[in-house]
Design a binder for this molecule. Structure first.
Ligand SMILES: *[C@@H]1O[C@H](CO)[C@@H](O)[C@H](O)[C@H]1NC(C)=O
Ligand SMILES: *[C@@H]1O[C@H](CO)[C@@H](O)[C@H](O)[C@H]1NC(C)=O
Length: 320
């Protein structure tokens, strides 16, 4: 009897193939990551754990299978980890700068000589530099001031919205909802927004490593997760009413603030055609910040792997 039981216990995993288990590292306070949470809760057949982190976590914790971040962090890490792969674009976000009219800002050129709140070395730092150059203001003609993001009012001292209100900065260029909250802090009548998606949009991606993809079992789990994520992305795009509250709760934001910044976000769910050329252009900025030489296009080409998305789409077709 005892032997029979132990035989049964031994066979059980064979009868019920172990459920897929995926571990993801994402910044748990950014709106862009929230489709992952909906995919985990509604669409993935298996267990998903999402821990706070980003692309660097893939290399500091090898139990992490997928990591999400903006393109800036991909470039920073690819320089030293050539096994990094971008496999999916979750969101594209046209960042904004909000200026305070009381600082004499009404047009983009008025940002000349002003203090702009931004975290340099991030996607926002790159955005501010590119945007200013696009309106003819040189790096040396404005000052950047560091501070913290704010997700919900009240925004405490040291956060960009509080700094805009107190006059420590004249403008703020960050990801959302910090810009929206900064505008509300000074009153929307005093706020002027600057934005140009053609000059810069954040491309927020899912990443893995070529080592993870070389393991057939793990690769299938990753493909399955992308398939689940595609279903979540469809909700974000087509039925946002179904996810506003859950997405807002996930990042401890108020639902009305999330709705206000929703139009700034495009829930792409693809790999954009121009991703490689964006990476090539942006790497000259990241290389400068990191004091290394820029990577060539032929080197950056391998950072993008579209085969996972192709497999996910092919399987989705077969099963529908
Ligand atoms: C391949 O991935 C599976 C599923 O995550 C894991 O159980 C297995 O240990 C991996 N194999 C190797 C050689 O890493
Ligand atoms: C999860 O399993 C169900 C039932 O087997 C299936 O209909 C569904 O397509 C699966 N979902 C994904 C994302 O694979």
């Amino acid at each position: 009897m005892r032997h029979q039981i132990s035989l049964l216990l031994f066979l059980l995993p064979l009868l019920h193939p172990t459920l897929a288990a995926i571990k993801i590292a994402s910044a748990l306070n950014v709106i862009e990551y929230t489709p992952e949470k909906i995919a985990k809760e509604d669409f993935f057949n298996g267990t998903v754990s999402i821990v706070n982190g980003g692309v660097p976590t893939l290399f500091s914790d090898t139990s992490v299978d997928i990591a999400s971040n903006a393109e800036t962090q991909a470039l920073r890490n690819y320089a030293t980890h050539k096994n990094l792969r971008i496999i999916y674009t979750e969101a594209e976000v046209a960042y904004r700068i909000v200026g305070n009219k009381k600082s004499g800002i009404t047009t983009a050129k008025d940002l000349k000589g002003k203090r702009i709140g931004v975290v340099s070395g991030t996607s926002a730092g790159y955005f501010v530099q590119k945007y200013m150059a696009s309106v003819g203001v040189k790096d040396s003609e404005y000052t950047t001031v560091s501070g913290s993001v704010c997700l919900a009012e009240p925004c405490g001292s040291g956060t960009f919205p509080a700094m805009l209100k107190s006059g420590q900065v004249d403008a703020v260029g960050m990801w959302e909802p910090t810009v929206e909250l900064a505008a509300r802090e000074i009153g929307l009548d005093n706020a002027v927004f600057f934005q140009d998606a053609k000059v810069y949009r954040e491309i927020f991606n899912l990443h893995t490593t070529s080592d993870k993809l070389a393991n057939a079992t793990k690769r299938k789990e990753i493909v399955d997760f992308i398939r689940a994520l595609e279903k979540a992305m469809a909700l974000f795009r087509d039925q946002p009413d179904k996810v506003y509250k859950r997405a807002a709760d996930a990042v401890s934001m108020k639902e009305d603030i999330l709705k206000a910044v929703w139009p700034v976000h495009t829930w792409s769910g693809t790999l954009p055609e121009d991703l490689l050329s964006v990476l090539v252009r942006e790497d000259s900025y990241v290389a400068d910040v990191d004091r290394r030489s820029a990577m060539s296009e032929s080197m950056l080409k391998d950072l993008i792997d579209d085969s996972v998305l192709k497999d996910a789409r092919a399987e989705a077709k077969n099963t529908s």
